[in-house]
Design a protein around this ligand. Structure first.
Ligand code: HC1
Length: 568
């Protein structure tokens, strides 16, 4: 341990601590923009400078490590003048039309300008921007707002290993952009939105679809229903300053009802349905010499990735649609039928933690009875904005409950939201269906937690079934290479595009750091433990759906509505 002083406060910190981290321990927030706790140090914004006794130059706090006896001052005139100057330079190169920006009120640059009492810069405005890129269904890139911090490049290249966002030109023409300054739609972007999740300003944001939902709610000819993904209920509270990881399911349902949705349903229900179909598909592939390993297909960023880069492995994907799309298909068939509504008059909205879900919903094959299965996908952030704009005081709401027939989800459906959850849910069902015996424990600890790669095995009637779980696309590459070489020992693999699984989706409230993700995961497992039903095949509404409508898993009706195909 090392003894230092920051602003005259004595601190003892471990060796290898940066000045920025040490100051935090003394409740001092040194201004910064390029620094992100989950990323490598970049030290390019030069905003976090401090004075270190004995040094004539100002020192960047994010990239300088403490040493014994170090004395740091974070708030001298010299430091503040420099920080103000840097902020003004950044601001001069940044579109200042804050009222038009989705990050208004939640922008790190805006917050710092307030802190330094900068309302406008006296420097000549020098925004030299590329055209706005809003041609894809998921993300909007506005280079007029980009502050060149490189967080998005780090997320795209090192985090996801997708390598779409990069740099172009030098000096004042320096830009962050895909190669050849192409729109994202024309690149191998998978629309995971991890870039948007780390952007400190509004340079990359989700495509805002809230007005489409308001229009549908106000349209008397539409029957507007909504489904909510498993990971939203442990993250939405962040937008209302609740403790990180708060489980707000009941208040969320109440807020959706106040917004005017006719019915509020749970994607956990179709997560259970996915397990019935995907579990049956796995059993079929194992017993009939099908293509193995089978890989999960519910994460649309992952589907975009494998279709774009590894299309020779598409036969390894489960043919199941995602729970979002299974819900959509049922809403435009079964639900419309039992309520005697024309499929075209049912308007189906999804609340998802994910920007790639917007892309998934508009795929041409995601159509049932001639209409789009899911009409609009909103991210968790967009739902928060709708609740705020309706003036609903979220924390004061009384808890409400999901509607039926798609309102009952088991614990197995709930854990889909965390990395390893789909695998655990599948194993709970596959084991019991194949052996006819109850599991000794429902907890598959090997596949839980934030390790990038996890594996486990389970003995089913004397057959050792090996499984693996990865999250983050960089980790998925390792398993794909193994399959390419014919060396994969696994029968079943879960891949989630986003680090941490859906709880870390690109549409979740900013900032979803690893610490925050860990809290959300804890809450997801708490939801599971507290539920009376924890296995998908024990969900009574699922049993009823098969009895009344679908017939059996992998049957004709299921194939028509719940399965799909992939293409490069
Ligand atoms: Fe997910 Fe899924 S878990 S993909 O992360 O399979 O988005 O939450 O809704 O569809 O259920 C997302 C979450 C979500 C689907 C389910």
């Amino acid at each position: 341990n090392i003894k230092i002083k920051v602003d005259n406060i004595n601190l003892i910190v471990p060796e290898g601590t940066t000045i920025l981290e040490a100051a935090r321990k003394a409740n001092i927030s040194i201004p910064h923009l390029c620094y992100h706790p989950d990323q490598a140090i970049k030290a390019n914004c030069r905003l976090c400078v401090v004075e270190v006794a004995g040094s004539r130059k100002l020192t960047p706090a994010c990239s300088s490590y403490v040493f014994e006896g170090m004395e740091v001052e974070t708030n001298t005139k010299k430091v503040r003048d420099m920080q103000k100057g840097v902020l003004e330079l950044i601001l001069a190169n940044h579109d200042q039309d804050c009222l038009k920006c989705l990050r208004n009120g939640n922008c790190e640059l805006q917050a710092l300008c307030q802190r330094f009492n900068i309302s406008k810069t006296n420097l000549e405005d020098s925004v030299d921007a590329l055209p706005m890129d809003n041609t894809n269904p998921s993300l909007v890139r506005d280079s007029a707002k980009c502050i060149k911090c490189n967080r998005c490049v780090d997320a795209c290249q090192k985090g996801q290993e997708v390598h779409v966002l990069t740099h172009s030109h030098r000096s004042i023409h320096y830009n962050i952009t895909p190669a050849y300054e192409m729109p994202l739609e024309q690149t191998f972007c998978v629309f995971c939105g991890q870039c948007a999740a780390v952007c400190p300003v509004g340079a990359i944001v989700e495509k805002d679809d809230t007005s489409k939902v308001w229009d549908a709610i106000y349209d008397k000819n539409k029957h507007v229903i909504v489904q909510v993904a498993p990971a939203v209920r442990v993250a939405l509270g962040d937008a209302f300053n609740l403790e990180k990881g708060s489980i707000i399911t009941g208040k969320m349902v109440a807020a959706l009802r106040r917004l005017g949705f006719s019915k509020i349903f749970d994607t956990n229900f179709t997560a259970d349905l996915t397990i019935m179909e995907e579990g049956s598909e796995l059993i079929d592939r194992i017993t009939n010499d099908g293509v193995l390993p089978m890989i999960t297909s519910c994460s649309p960023g992952w589907i975009n990735f494998i279709e774009g880069r590894y299309d020779h492995l598409l036969d390894n994907l489960s043919s199941c649609k995602s729970p979002q799309q299974m819900f959509g298909a049922l809403s435009k068939s079964y639900y419309a039928e039992i309520n005697d509504i024309k499929p075209k008059d049912v308007f189906t909205v999804s609340i998802m933690p994910c920007t790639a879900k917007k892309y998934e919903a508009q795929r041409p094959e995601m159509v049932t009875n001639g209409v789009k299965e899911v009409d609009v996908v909103l991210t968790t952030r967009e739902l928060a904005r709708m609740i705020q704009s309706a003036g609903i005081e979220f924390d004061g709401l009384e808890e409400d409950q999901f509607d039926n027939p798609f309102g009952i989800g088991t614990g197995a459906g709930a854990i889909f939201g965390a990395t390893g959850g789909v695998m655990e849910a599948a194993l709970r069902t596959v084991y019991e269906v194949l052996t006819g015996k109850g599991l000794p424990t429902l907890k598959f600890s090997d596949v839980r937690g934030l390790d990038g790669f996890k594996e486990s095995s389970i003995d089913i009637n004397g057959l050792e079934v090996k499984v693996a779980v990865v999250h983050g696309l960089g980790n998925a590459k390792l398993l794909l290479k193994q399959i390419e070489r014919g060396e994969s020992p696994y029968a079943f693999i879960e891949v989630m595009a986003c680090p941490g699984g859906c709880i870390g989706g690109g549409g979740q409230p900013i900032q979803s750091t690893m610490d925050v993700k860990a809290k959300r995961i804890e809450s997801i497992y708490k939801i599971d433990e507290d539920l009376p039903l924890r296995k998908s095949h024990k969900n009574p509404s699922i049993t009823e759906l098969y009895e009344r409508y679908l017939g059996e898993p992998l049957g004709e009706k299921s194939h028509e509505l719940l399965h799909t195909h992939y293409h490069s």
